[in-house]
Design a binder for this molecule. Structure first.
Ligand SMILES: Nc1ncnc2c1ncn2[C@@H]1O[C@H](COP(=O)(O)OP(=O)(O)OP(=O)(O)O)[C@@H](O)[C@H]1O
Ligand SMILES: [Mg+2]
Length: 233
């Protein structure tokens, strides 16, 4: 395990969707449909096995809904597998977005403090890095506005900036480049390349084949929750 950063072993993740039922069904079967809602299982990822070596840059590609973000959530530990096992080795940079670590009513600055402390930094360390984080994010005065007022690109900037400033050993990047403007994309790619040089493990989700091939050593292709292939990039 020491050379391995991430290991998935026959992992399955199921989401339960609730579908409403008709009024007639409710009248005819009041007990059966007492809860008004029925659960339907959606297998988001199915029987996935792979491992990522320490220092490797691993790409995840596949159509919308194929399970890429679900895999990142499982690596980050914000989701739990229904079957199989996941092992990780090293400090993981968070996947910060609304609903996952970021609080909409707090300002950008307050969210930086909140998340850095949750991730184990002391208040002093956060204060020391604060200017650097804000500068990297290029949010300017907006950093003191509640983040519910941010555009998706601004949120991504904040998330990426916090993630790269906590000295991660495993960096998870979910399509940040899709929402960032050209300038910020370039900055993110440069940052990832320098992390790579320093031996940080990277899992990078992207729809851009160019970017995946530029950054990654190997690329996994997903489709409908199944792992189709893993190839050298
Ligand atoms: N919280 C959730 N509740 C129910 N179903 C979900 C949830 N999150 C994801 N899913 C479902 O799980 C499947 C995989 O979703 P996931 O977000 O991992 O896909 P993705 O590959 O990241 O897609 P995209 O390219 O659009 O970001 C999809 O069918 C999606 O509808
Ligand atoms: Mg996704």
């Amino acid at each position: 395990m020491s050379e391995t950063a991430i290991e998935f072993n026959h992992v399955q993740k199921i989401y339960y969707l609730y579908t409403s039922i008709g009024f007639k069904e409710l009248l005819l079967h009041p007990i059966k449909y007492r809860r008004e809602k029925r659960k339907r299982a959606l297998i988001a990822i199915n029987d996935i096995t792979f491992s990522v070596k320490k220092g490797e840059a691993f790409g995840l590609t596949g159509p919308n809904g194929s399970g890429k973000s679900t895999i990142l959530g499982l690596i980050a530990g914000v989701l739990k597998p229904d079957r199989g096992t996941i092992k990780t080795n090293g400090r993981i940079a968070p996947l910060l977005e609304l609903g996952a670590g970021f609080h909409p009513e707090l300002t950008g600055r307050e969210n930086i403090v909140l998340n850095s402390i949750i991730l184990g930094m002391t208040k002093k360390e956060v204060e020391k890095k604060m200017d650097e984080i804000i500068e990297f994010s290029e949010l300017g005065d907006f950093v003191d506005q509640p983040i519910r007022t941010y555009s998706s690109g601004m949120l991504a900037r904040l998330g990426f900036s916090v993630a790269v400033h906590i000295d991660p050993e495993i960096l998870l990047v979910d399509e940040i480049l899709a929402v960032g403007d050209e300038n910020f994309q370039k900055k993110c790619i440069d940052k990832m390349m320098s992390f790579k040089k320093n031996g940080v493990t990277i899992v990078f989700v992207s729809h851009s084949t160019d970017q995946v091939h530029k950054i990654c050593d190997r690329v996994a292709r997903l489709e409908k929750g199944k792992l189709l292939s893993i190839e050298n990039a």
